[in-house]
Design a protein around this ligand. Structure first.
Ligand code: PNS
Length: 164
């Protein structure tokens, strides 16, 4: 039986921090499902779920089918169950992430006691990287080199140019 971990998030856009978490998760589980949350009520995403998944796809071409790309709408725990998994993977950066993440993990476990969250400490180089900040920096034409791959930066610039 393959051990499958679900890595959920907004990933708007994916950063090197997210990519690092997927790579390291592959050392722990057999399959990682990159699961982009889709919320039709939330309209302030820059990228569509499919665009966000495409950016991940570009990073993991050599990994083959050990990375699965998907999006979901609704409760994470329901999605995890639907995907026949029991592990949620989340990256932890600073202490400021902790309270939110802890609350979510416990709430998810309250709803489905068989589902557990595996936290990976973010790579030291990505400690301060956040999609929100990357978008803000790029929107003011600042450099996001070292925070996101070049193809993500290119898509960011194209998207921002198209939406401004
Ligand atoms: O990258 P993000 O935006 O911090 O990811 C948050 C995410 C997608 C993990 C969280 O918002 C989520 O699980 N959303 C699905 C709805 C849900 O299950 N809500 C209850 C959480 S206790």
């Amino acid at each position: 039986m393959k051990r499958r971990g679900i890595y959920p998030g907004s990933f708007d856009p994916p950063t090197y921090g997210h990519i690092d978490i997927v790579r390291r998760s592959l050392e722990i589980v057999d399959e990682v499902v990159v699961a982009v949350v889709y919320n039709p009520q939330k309209t302030n995403y820059l990228f569509t779920p499919e665009e966000r998944l495409d950016m991940f796809r570009e990073e993991f071409t050599e990994v083959g089918d050990r990375v699965i790309y998907d999006s979901f709408y609704g409760l994470l725990v329901d999605y995890v169950e639907k995907m026949q998994a029991s592990i949620v993977i989340r990256g932890l950066r600073a202490a400021s992430d902790f309270e939110y993440e802890f609350q979510m993990a416990l709430m998810n476990r309250h709803m489905k006691p068989n589902i557990d969250t595996l936290f990976l400490a973010t790579g030291a180089a990505h400690f301060y990287t956040a999609s929100r900040l990357v978008k803000e920096i790029a929107s003011f034409d600042g450099s996001v080199q070292g925070l996101v791959p070049a193809h993500v930066e290119r898509r960011l610039r194209e998207k921002l140019a198209a939406t401004s």
